[in-house]
Design a protein. Structure first.
Length: 120
């Protein structure tokens, strides 16, 4: 008795190991390039955030100097820009409450003068 030969599959029926490895290498390269770009964007975002925060602090010191005629002393530090002490003449909001110069209060970060509309 002779055995019949096993049916052969066409040569393009599947992927070879080399083809799979080539695809994996290409996907790895794409992921590496994308990862490098993402890390670069995150680094720039952190630097931009720090720069903006420094500009806010600089503006708050300038506003403090304009309102009180002097910069904060070393003993007062930057904390005075957030929490104005009661004995320090500060800004008055439209609501009549004292307003900190730098972001820690509610509403606007600095009191602005009211503009009265003229009735015609």
């Amino acid at each position: 008795m002779r055995r019949s030969p096993a049916p052969r599959l066409p040569s393009d029926a599947g992927l070879t190991l080399v083809e799979l490895l080539v695809v994996l290498v290409i996907l790895g390269l794409i992921a590496t390039i994308g990862g490098i770009q993402v890390v670069g964007y995150l680094g720039r975002a952190k630097a931009d955030t720090a720069r903006l925060q420094l500009e806010d602090i600089r503006s708050a010191i300038d506003l403090f100097r304009i309102d009180l005629g002097r910069p904060p002393t070393e003993t007062e530090g930057l904390a005075i820009l957030v929490d104005l002490p009661a004995d320090l003449p500060g800004l008055i909001c439209a609501s009549g409450r004292r307003s900190p110069i730098l972001g820690g209060g509610h509403g606007s970060t600095r009191a602005r003068p009211r503009r009265h509309r003229s009735r015609s």
